[in-house]
Design a protein. Structure first.
Length: 138
């Protein structure tokens, strides 16, 4: 019974984290795409206006920043998920820090394998690798 309550609490906590992530993602997506829409409307409204080089440079700078905010809106969800979800944060730490218990050495293309007797290994995960055995020099 106790395990069932812990499971329900975990599900509620995950649902709450998911709700926060969706709300923050929707707000950040809306805010980061507003400059691009404003720039598009401004360009359409001032299409027939003669502009000096200073104004053209200002518009170009704003257009570049608007594009940057539009591109950032595609990257923001990753950071939102990492910051707001402790489950995803621990999985990302585990994945990024490569805390793998099974290590496999790569096959080295240079040099002949006759000097190094290679033995194929199959790890616990079923990944095939090569263990190098360097002969001892007497």
């Amino acid at each position: 019974m106790r395990a069932l309550m812990n499971g329900r609490q975990r599900v509620r906590r995950l649902e709450r984290q998911l709700m926060y992530m969706i709300i923050v993602q929707a707000v950040s997506s809306g805010v980061s795409t507003i400059p691009f829409g404003v720039q598009y409307i401004y360009t359409a409204a001032t299409m027939n206006v003669v502009k000096d080089p200073w104004r053209t440079a200002q518009e170009s700078l704003f257009f570049t920043l608007a594009k940057l905010s539009f591109y950032v809106s595609n990257v923001i969800p990753f950071y939102i998920y990492i910051v707001l979800s402790s489950e995803l944060r621990t999985m990302a730490k585990h994945l990024l820090l490569c805390r793998c218990s099974n290590r496999v050495d790569p096959i080295i293309a240079s040099g002949s394998l006759s000097n190094r007797h290679a033995t194929n290994l199959i790890s616990k995960n079923g990944i095939i690798g090569v263990q190098r055995q360097i002969p001892t020099v007497a």
